[in-house]
Design a protein around this ligand. Sequence first.
Ligand SMILES: NC(=O)c1ccc[n+]([C@@H]2O[C@H](COP(=O)([O-])OP(=O)(O)OC[C@H]3O[C@@H](n4cnc5c(N)ncnc54)[C@H](OP(=O)(O)O)[C@@H]3O)[C@@H](O)[C@H]2O)c1
Length: 321
Amino acid sequence: MRALICDDYAGIDALRVGDLPEPTQGPGQVLVEVASVAVNYADTLMVSGRYQTRPETPFAPGYELSGAVLAGADGLEPGDRVCGFTWHGGMAERAAVPVTQTALLHDRIDFDTGAVLPSTYGTSYHALVDRAGLQAGETLLVLGAAGGVGLAAVQIGKTLGATVLAAVSTDEKQRLVESSGADHVIRYDRVGLRDGIAEATNDAGVDVVFDPVGGDMTESALRSTRWNGRLLVIGFASGPIPAIPLNLPLLKGTSIVGVFWGRFTSEEPERARVNLDHILELTEKGTLRPTISGRYGLDEGTKALRLVADRQSLGRVVINP
Ligand SMILES: NC(=O)c1ccc[n+]([C@@H]2O[C@H](COP(=O)([O-])OP(=O)(O)OC[C@H]3O[C@@H](n4cnc5c(N)ncnc54)[C@H](OP(=O)(O)O)[C@@H]3O)[C@@H](O)[C@H]2O)c1
C-alpha cells in the first residue's frame, strides 16, 4: 500500500512516498481505510528521531486519523465511519488502530474534522478539564493559540465559560483566534507577554496557562499567574525546554501541571473515552469548530509537515491518503 515513509530518522525532507506492507489486524485492533490523517507537530519530531517513541523503520508517521472500517472488532463493523488514535502508521492508505482508541464518527462530522478530534481536541480537553479543573469565570491564557492544540484550547476554554487570552505571532493567526471566540489577543511578536497579560487583565493576571510553546514564554506566563494558578505543561514547540526557578510557584501558590494525553489514554482509557464522546457531541452540535486550513495528498505530505515545522500552519492541516 502507498504510504509516506520515514526510512532513517533523517527528518522531513528525507520522507518519501512508496510502498509499505499491508498492516495486519492484531487482537483488539480494527483495520481502517484512512480518509484523513492530521499533521501534528509531534510527527515532525518523530521523523527526526526527536520524539519519546522511535518506531522501527521503515514506518509511516501520523497518529490521529479517520476513515472507514475494513475489518472490525468489538461491535465496529466494516463500513463504519470512525476516528482513532495509533502511535504511528496513519499517513498511509490503511492502518491498524486499537479498538479502545477508535470511536464512531457522528453523521454530521466529516472525515477531515474527525481526524483532529481524538488527540488534538483530546489533549486540550484533558488538559483544561482533568488537569487544570478550569472553572467558568476564570481567565485562561493560551500560548501558540492558532496552532492545533492551541486553537482547540481557545474553543474548549470558551465552552467552559472562561475568559480567553490568545497569544499569537501573526495577523492571520490573530484573525483566526478572534473568529474562534478569543476575548483578548496578545501579539507576543510585538509586545512583551507580561505587558500584554497585564493590559488584558487590568494587572490581575491569569488563572490558567495552556503552554505548548515553552522557551522563555513559560516563565513569563508563570510570573503572570494569580493565586491558585495552574501552568499546564503541554509541549515545547519553540524548542528549548524551560528551567523554572521553583521559588515562583511557591510565592504565587501556582501549580505546575504536566499533561501527557497519549499516556492518559492508556492509564485511564474509560475516562479518555468519556472525554472523546463529549468532544464528538460538542463538535456535532457546532459548539467546537475545528479549523482545517489545508488538505494534501500523500505526494504533498512533506510540504504539509514542513508547514507545521516552520510555524506556518493554522489550526490543523491534514493529509488525505
Ligand atoms: N502533552 C501532550 O499530551 C501533547 C499533545 C499534543 C501536542 N503536544 C505538544 O504541543 C505542542 C504543539 O503541538 P501542535 O501539534 O498543536 O503544534 P502546532 O499546530 O504547530 O502549533 C504550535 C504553535 O506554537 C507556536 N510556536 C512558537 N514558536 C514556534 C516554533 N519555533 N516553531 C513552531 N511553532 C512555534 C506557533 O504559534 P505562534 O506562531 O503564534 O507562536 C504554533 O502555532 C508540541 O510541542 C507538541 O508536541 C503535547
